[in-house]
Design a protein around this ligand. Structure first.
Ligand code: SF4
Length: 132
């Protein structure tokens, strides 16, 4: 498999697509990328993406109003472009959800126009209010 690129470059890194962690070598030569060391096609695609359009899953926390916890963990449902990570973190930092929240609830929809939602990964019940 090869991918279109513009520069010449050689990089070695570990595939993070599964626990095996194959050691990959990706050579960009003109408009093509050659990948060695991968055991499967996922590793080849990962290496090509790393050289042409790297992406990462973002994990962080978001504040909760009226919850038993002050914040809950969240993550992007899919990886987003690396150059959007800081902008996404800024948006998430300024987001506040109302309790209760459930796993899978959308905290931020279409973060930074990536088409990827940020979702809650831990449930949080509403804080009990005492009645006098
Ligand atoms: S190349 Fe395939 S087998 Fe190797 S770490 Fe990546 S996903 Fe796993």
């Amino acid at each position: 498999m090869s991918g279109k690129t513009t520069n010449n470059e050689v990089r070695e890194f570990v595939c993070i697509c599964c626990p095996i962690g194959c050691k990959l070598k990706a050579e960009r030569d003109g408009n093509t990328v050659r990948v060695q060391g991968n055991t499967c096609k996922r590793g080849e695609k990962y290496a090509i993406d790393e050289l042409t359009a790297p992406k990462r899953t973002v994990t962080t926390t978001v504040r909760i109003d009226g919850g038993e916890l002050p914040c809950v963990p969240v993550k992007t449902k899919d990886p987003i472009p690396k150059d959007k990570i800081f902008a996404a973190l800024y948006i998430i930092k300024h987001t506040k959800l109302d309790a209760p929240v459930a796993i899978g609830d959308i905290a931020v929809s279409n973060v930074c126009g990536t088409g990827v939602d940020v979702v809650v990964t831990r449930a949080c019940a509403a804080k009990n209010v005492r009645k006098e």
